[in-house]
Every structure is written in C-alpha cells, then in structure tokens.
Design a binder for this molecule. Structure first.
Ligand code: MEV
Length: 440
C-alpha cells in the first residue's frame, strides 16, 4: 500500500481521521470511534488542545497524580506528577512522609544563568574579528532593546556576550556565546529572539567594518539558538538526619541501611551502566513534575544528562555521605524551568498544578522538581537495597492486570488477599484470575 499523502495539513480534523482510518485500519469505523472517544465533550477545551500542535487527531491521556506531605524548606507541598509508570507516585509519597518526620527536604537554587549561541564561520585575521567584536558589542545590546525591555523590568535580560574562538575544534568556527537571566520564564523565546537579532546586527555591522577585507566581511551565520545545557542554572536538594533517626518499622538497623545507600550511590558514581538507571529513577520524579507544570521535559532531560557527563564520564546525579553519624543525601541538577509563559497559562491542568503548588516562582519550582527527583531516588535505593524493587512494582502491576480483566470488587478482594503472601508475577496473576472465574 502506498501511504503517501499530499496536502494532509490542509485537511480538516475529520478528514485527517478519515484518511488515517481508511489507510491503516481494517475496521475504519472502530478506529474513528476510538479517536473520537478521547475527544473532550467541551468543544472549546478540545479546540484549545487541538491547537497546541499540528495535525491533532485526538488527546493522549497520561494520569495526573499527586504526592502529598512534602516538606521543602519548612513549607508543606502537594506535588503534581504526570506519569504513566506505576509505583512512581507511591514512591514519592512514601519518601515525602519518611522525610517529613526527619527535618524535611532543604533546597537551594545555586544559580539561574541560561545560555544561547550564535554559531558562525569567519575566514580571516582573528585579531581583527576580536577588535570588531569589542567595537560592536554595545550595539548587540542596544539593538535588542525592544526585545529585552520587558524582561529588564522583571529584573532579567542579557547578562553578557562573549566571542568564542572554536577554530581548534573546527576550522573558521566562532561563536557569540551569550548568557541570560530570564526570571520566572523558561526563556526559550526570549533568548532565541535576542540571538537572532545579534546575528543580524553582527552580520550587518561586519559588512560596514572598514578594517575587514571583502572575505572577512562575509561572515557566515550558521544558526542562532539557545543551549539546553545549563550548567550554571543549578538547584541543590538535600535530606539529612542522624543515622539513628533513620530507624523505622522496616529499617531495624539504621546504620546498615545508611551504609547500603552510600554503597549504592558510590556504585552509581563510578559505574555508568548503573548510573544511567540510577539517574533514570531520579528523572521519574523530575519529569513527572516538569510535565505536570507545563515545562519542556526533553530540554530538561538533555541538559541533565549532559551535566551528568560533565567530567568526561557519565555519573550519578545524587551523592551521599555519613559524617559524624549524620546521614546526608543530596542532588545537584541543572533545571531551566518557567512558571510564566509557554503552556503555563494555557493548559488548564498546568494552571491547576501551579495553583496547587501555590503559584511558585521559577526558582521555587526548581527546588520542588529537584526534591521530587531526590525523593524518587531515595525510594528506589531504599527498595533496591532492602526488599528489592519487584515487590512494590508487582503489586502495582497486579492492579493493571485486574483492570485489564475488568475484575469485580469481589474478585479484586480475593485476588489481593491471595497475593498478600504469594509472589506476584504476570502469569501467576492471570492464572489465578482464570481459575477463580473457571471455578464459579
Ligand atoms: C524504575 O523506573 C527506576 C529504577 O530502576 C531506578 C533505580 O534503579 O534506581 C527503580
């Protein structure tokens, strides 16, 4: 079958669905009904979602859960989490509760600098380029004034612009490397607009610069774009308590428990195969809050993993120590987040999430997100070094299987009772349900 189509974007939503249903499905009516079943009955709300992207055909649901009882810098939060993976929200809530009685989480924003670059090629005398840059640098600021005016009112703007010579890595390659403060917005549009203006000003001024030869005047701009690597936009989150205070029902020997966590973290610090999974667990918490608050989780993911490799090998984002019988567990991650602009005032559930967090500033949100990551990591390490991860996972998985079989309330109770003291596996659960039904 030739599935190529031209002018698809110009078709109406109904026509797009019709084309897809006829082209790819043996039962087009069923495929169409499925897509329409996920439409919102409120036409205005549906239109809002349709217009977030192009070629929208329906909505793709993710659950929005909440993890209550997080104490961060003495304040109580209920944290929204949008995620499909079972156990993540439960683990966050469990960590929150555990640390709430042990001083809570402490979080600090270390810095908030964002970065953008104009990448260009220049052939000629490098000293002349450096002199030219010094001469026109103030123009790069003045010609972006209409873009930066509002940001400056909010206390942000362009912090600095540097000329970087990258010719050691790639012949004739230079950059305008700019740093920004974008306050409560993530700042992508602001930064990209500034950069595009820099490139125009830079190119135009080069053509007028008398010391340049014809070749030197001909600066080739390749692209102007923010960097999602933000190693100077860092937040630190931490938990700490005397080792003895780690004791609870399931932690009978708190010193042994603390030492196991320290060892697990050391392994992630030196062993990339483990570090990736360790950090993936952290990102379970980070991404879920980033998504629920309408931020760009792809940007966060890319930046965080680059940061985890900043010393030349991929390593753990979290660390732990025992000093003077005090256990401390912390994380430092780069997070470029916004609480204004973008989806934050458009998506009703994002607005809801931010309101539930009591309308945080971007810095406060950085703290909340880092704490969610640390909480998740603590819960994962706790399970991994004690009961193993499968116990909790399979209990949640059992729920999914029960849903798949549309188990009745009565069946659920019988099955849950049975698996209280039996190991859950997919096949054991399925067999048990089938037997139960067969025996009736
Ligand atoms: C699963 O989504 C995350 C974990 O694998 C994280 C970890 O191993 O630390 C449990």
């Amino acid at each position: 079958m030739n599935n190529a189509v031209s002018g698809f974007s110009k078709l109406s939503k109904e026509q797009k669905i019709e084309w897809i249903a006829n082209e790819y499905f043996s039962n087009p009516a069923e495929a169409t009904a499925l897509l329409k079943n996920y439409w919102n009955s409120d036409a205005a709300l549906q239109k809002l979602h349709d217009e977030f992207i192009e070629n929208t055909i329906t909505n793709f649901y993710l659950p929005l859960g909440v993890a209550p009882n997080f104490i961060i810098n003495g304040k109580n939060y209920t944290i929204p989490m949008a995620i499909e993976e079972s156990s993540v929200v439960a683990a966050a809530a469990k960590s929150a509760k555990f640390w709430a009685t042990r001083g809570g989480f402490k979080a600090t924003v270390l810095n908030t600098e964002k970065i953008g670059q104009v990448h260009f090629f220049y052939t000629g005398n490098v000293k002349k380029l450096e002199d030219f840059f010094i001469q026109i640098k103030s123009k790069l600021f003045s010609e972006t004034e209409s873009i930066t005016k509002n940001m400056q009112k909010r206390g942000g703007g362009i912090l600095n612009i540097e000329l970087k010579n990258q010719t050691q890595k790639l012949p004739n390659y230079f950059q305008l490397h700019a740093t920004f403060e974008t306050k409560d917005s993530m700042g992508a549009n602001f930064i990209n607009s500034c950069l595009e203006q820099f490139s125009k000003t830079f190119k135009a001024e080069a053509q007028l610069y008398e010391s340049f030869s014809a070749e030197e005047k001909n600066i080739q701009i390749v692209m102007s774009i923010l960097s999602n690597y933000v190693p100077n936009c860092i937040v630190r989150a931490e938990v700490s308590c005397p080792i003895a205070d780690l004791a609870e029902k399931k932690i009978e020997n708190p010193r042994e428990f603390a030492e196991k966590i320290i060892r697990a973290v050391r392994i992630a610090e030196i062993e990339p195969f483990r570090a990736v999974t360790h950090n993936k667990g952290i990102m379970n918490g980070v991404d879920a809050v980033v998504l629920a608050t309408g931020n760009d989780f792809r940007a966060v993911e890319a930046g965080v993993h680059a940061y985890a490799s900043r010393n030349g090998h991929y390593t753990s984002l979290s660390h732990a120590t025992i000093e003077n019988d005090v256990f401390t567990f912390w994380i430092e991650i780069p997070l470029a987040l916004g609480t204004v602009g973008g989806l934050t005032s458009l998506h009703p559930l994002v607005k809801f999430s931010l309101e539930m967090l009591e309308k945080p500033s971007a810095q406060e949100l950085m703290q909340i997100v880092a704490v969610a990551g640390l909480a998740q990591n603590f819960a994962a390490l706790r399970s991994l070094t004690t009961t193993g991860i499968q116990e909790g996972h399979m209990k949640m998985h059992l729920n999914n299987i029960l849903n798949q079989f549309q188990a009745t309330v009565e069946e659920r109770q019988t099955i849950k009772n049975h698996f209280k003291d039996h190991v859950v596996s997919h096949s054991a659960a399925v067999d048990f349900i089938k037997n139960l039904r067969g025996n009736r």
